[in-house]
Design a protein around this ligand. Structure first.
Ligand code: PA5
Length: 426
């Protein structure tokens, strides 16, 4: 279901030189003995997850779908990107469903927040507020506003039934409020950090509400867990990918450009940017993760990738079979000269764009390119892919001797902002 092609980026024999590192780090991951080891709960999660909680989520999702028109998912960073990525990657950017999903809590933008609140006025909506700490400012402000609107529209008792909270099992402001108000709650386990939490209730509850098969997603992740804890570099494509990234960094590449050929996968790139950027970008080390969507961006950044400063390599995620397809019709006049494509489908054209671009970038542009092939984008493959990248990220960061599970750098802006906002103690 997932294949990695390294032909145009590195010789596998170069990767085999990492054998000792792979054995050492893989042991650290499995035995949870490396830096940040109390945040390795995601490693065995596809096997250890709380089965009762998953059943409860599926039942509540049915209730949400039957009783509301909109679900507002309120969270930021790791408490936001995974659900949005999966929703778009599988359902697409335009679709009809009885339940609309809206994301909020990921910005201070007065325009966005006001627009969403205005849109929700008079509508039947539920809220899934997601925050491990329960104190993240963007999420807390949005939730306060959403809760106020909901309580005004339906009263406190009905509002309580429409609010679902995903947070720490025991502590934090959101946990306290949920207990006080009697909200249905789901757990973001203490030993799983935000950007590694997509396969917990953080991602799964909103996705179940959207009608996705969350069990298949967990099954895909379980398959990945079985495949990728091997030390065998010649077969473990997850570690091959991690080692390739490290090899690129040590061979003068500083940017990893994620490439997709599907606009509905641009949020997968956003999830990847957070996962790798926040896990590795420390101590003046790490690759800068960036992203493009082709062929759209071949008409903008394509020029730089082909001909500009040679600082990047590409990781292309190519989904071979689209969930939908369209055939190019015949036109009597053929003024646009497209009749040579008549009867061909867009998947064919998109694949030829991929092949032509790969050749241009590798042969002419001398841009190293790794390609990850997926047969199709569905829940199972996406669950597999999430696990693939999380495990690769842990291996990559440990190769750089970095703790993949903290984010000390993000506290500095918060400190300054709180000081400027006049928060007590800052
Ligand atoms: O990956 C992370 O840990 C962060 O991106 C967090 O998920 C993000 O800051 C949101 O935190 P919280 O869930 O505590 O609101």
């Amino acid at each position: 279901m997932i294949k990695l092609d390294l032909t145009n980026i590195v010789d596998i024999n170069e990767l085999k030189k990492y054998q000792n590192d792979v054995e050492r780090i893989n042991k650290m991951i499995n035995e949870k003995s490396g830096p940040g080891n109390d945040f390795l709960g995601w490693v065995d999660w596809p096997v250890n997850y709380d089965k009762d909680e998953v059943s409860r989520m599926i039942a509540s999702a049915k209730y949400v779908r039957e009783n509301y028109d909109i679900l507002v998912v309120c969270g930021i960073g790791g408490s936001y990107l995974g659900a949005r990525c999966a929703l778009e990657a599988i359902k697409g950017l335009k679709y009809n469903d009885s339940l609309e999903i809206i994301f909020m809590g990921q910005t201070f933008s007065p325009n966005y927040v006001a627009q969403v609140l205005e849109y929700l006025k008079g509508k039947k909506f539920a809220i899934n507020v997601i925050s491990k700490s329960g104190t993240t400012t963007e999420t807390s402000i949005s939730f306060r506003l959403l809760k106020e609107l909901l309580e005004k529209q339906v009263g406190k008792d009905e509002a309580r039934k429409a609010i679902f909270a995903t947070t720490d099992k025991e502590k934090g402001a959101l946990k306290t409020l949920s207990t006080q108000e009697g909200y249905e709650t789901y757990v973001l386990p203490a030993n799983i950090g935000g950007r590694y939490s997509v396969l917990t209730a953080v991602g799964l509850f909103p996705l179940a509400c959207a009608g996705l098969d969350i069990q298949a997603m967990l099954d895909g992740a379980k398959e990945a867990r079985e495949l990728y804890d091997s030390n065998d570099i010649s077969t473990n494509i997850c570690y091959q990918y991690a080692l390739t990234r490290d090899y690129m960094l040590r061979h003068n590449k500083s940017v990893e450009m994620y490439v997709t050929y599907e606009p509905q996968m641009s949020q997968l790139s956003e999830w990847l940017k957070q996962l790798f950027g926040e896990s590795e970008g420390k101590e003046k080390k790490g690759l800068l993760p960036a992203s493009v969507t082709f062929s759209t961006d071949l008409h903008s950044l394509g020029q730089f990738i082909q001909d500009g400063t040679p600082l990047l390599f590409e990781t292309i995620i190519n989904v071979l079979t689209p969930n939908q397809d369209i055939v190019i019709p015949h036109d009597e006049q053929d003024l646009d000269g497209l009749n040579y494509l008549e009867g061909k489908d867009l998947a064919f054209v998109n694949q030829k764009a991929f092949e032509g671009t790969l050749k241009a970038h590798v042969e002419d542009g001398k841009v190293p390119c790794a390609v990850i092939y997926l047969d199709q984008m569905n829940e199972r493959n996406l669950g597999h892919l999430f696990y693939f990248f999380m495990r690769a990220c842990a291996m990559s960061a440990y190769l750089l001797e970095i703790n993949p599970f903290n984010q000390p750098g993000v506290e500095i802006y918060k400190r300054n902002m709180f000081h400027l906002l006049g928060k007590k103690g800052y």
